[in-house]
Design a binder for this molecule. Structure first.
Ligand SMILES: Nc1ncnc2c1ncn2[C@@H]1O[C@H](COP(=O)(O)OP(=O)(O)OP(=O)(O)O)[C@@H](O)[C@H]1O
Ligand SMILES: [Mg+2]
Length: 268
């Protein structure tokens, strides 16, 4: 069974047109599935609807029509309890790690907060010592050490902040990470390190990724399959290598031509 299955999904937003309101379709009739353990790359120009798709998969906005299923459950019909369970299974990682981190919390608090919120329900120990041990384990997994625990987000570089964000996302052992432009705000060499970290984490933990990016080379490097969005529509989808070698759509060719090559640090 696919972990994510979206079927004929559309999303419309109201928009002011002069004195009237009209509906603007920002996602139109999109269908795809993500199998456990794979990375589906979602690529397209700015405004093509990628983040809107991600937010519908996360259950943060509802589809105007069509169905979104996660782990077989239709999000449009899920109970609050099922929704809580599914929310733990899928964690977002967004472009701007600073915006996602509470500046007043230290890293121990940031990384262990998910355990305080969900821990009891999941049977995690939530004593101080247990939380600290968990936090250290998560930091190690993303290449940071215990010295980070008492520091605050502003004391870290952009790449380190994204590592903290990823550590937090991994806390409750999710199955799916929704990675929305996770390295777009970072320098090329730092981006390469984070992408390689994501690759390693996926192998180690059998994670499934929805990886969103403008950058074709980046998407190609990380993805099993690629879905291409243009103005709300999914115009082409296929195996990553095949799609990049033989793009059918002129739009896909344009995206391939527009983006620079990967830095050397990201060779296959
Ligand atoms: N809450 C909203 N209300 C109204 N319009 C919205 C809303 N969210 C997104 N849109 C519009 O939907 C369209 C698609 O936006 P979306 O953020 O999904 O694109 P994107 O592909 O993620 O773009 P980018 O690459 O710039 O992140 C845009 O025209 C945007 O203005
Ligand atoms: Mg976006």
């Amino acid at each position: 069974m696919p972990l994510v299955e979206i079927n004929a999904v559309s999303k419309q937003y109201p928009r002011r047109a002069g004195l009237r309101m009209e509906w603007q379709a920002v996602v139109r009739d999109v269908s795809f599935a993500i199998e456990p353990g794979e990375t589906l790359g979602l690529v397209g120009e700015s405004g093509s609807g990628k983040t809107t798709v991600a937010r519908m998969v996360l259950g943060l906005v509802s589809a105007s029509s069509g169905t979104v299923r996660v782990d077989g459950v239709d999000l449009g019909r899920a109970s609050a309890r099922e929704m809580r369970r599914l929310r733990r299974q899928m964690q977002p990682v967004f472009q701007d790690p600073y915006a996602a981190l509470n500046p007043r919390m230290n890293v121990l608090e940031i990384v262990s907060e998910p355990f305080l919120i969900h821990g009891r329900e999941l049977g995690f120990a939530t004593s101080r010592a247990a939380l600290r041990a968990k936090a250290v384990e998560l930091l190690r997994a993303v290449g940071l050490d215990a010295s980070a625990l008492t520091r605050h987000p502003h004391e870290f570089s952009g790449g380190q902040r994204q590592r903290i964000n990823i550590a937090r996302a991994l806390a409750l052992r999710p199955r799916l990470l929704i990675l929305d432009e996770p390295v777009s705000a970072l320098d090329v060499s730092v981006a390469a390190q984070i992408v390689n970290l994501l690759r390693g984490l996926q192998r180690e933990h059998g994670l499934t990724y929805l990886f969103i990016s403008h950058s074709m080379p980046l998407v190609r490097y990380l993805s099993t399959r690629i879905a291409v969005m243009e103005r709300g529509r999914l115009v082409e989808m296929g195996e990553a290598e095949e799609l990049c070698a033989n793009p059918r759509e002129p739009y896909t060719r344009k995206l391939l031509a527009a983006t620079p090559e990967l830095p050397a640090a990201m060779g296959p």
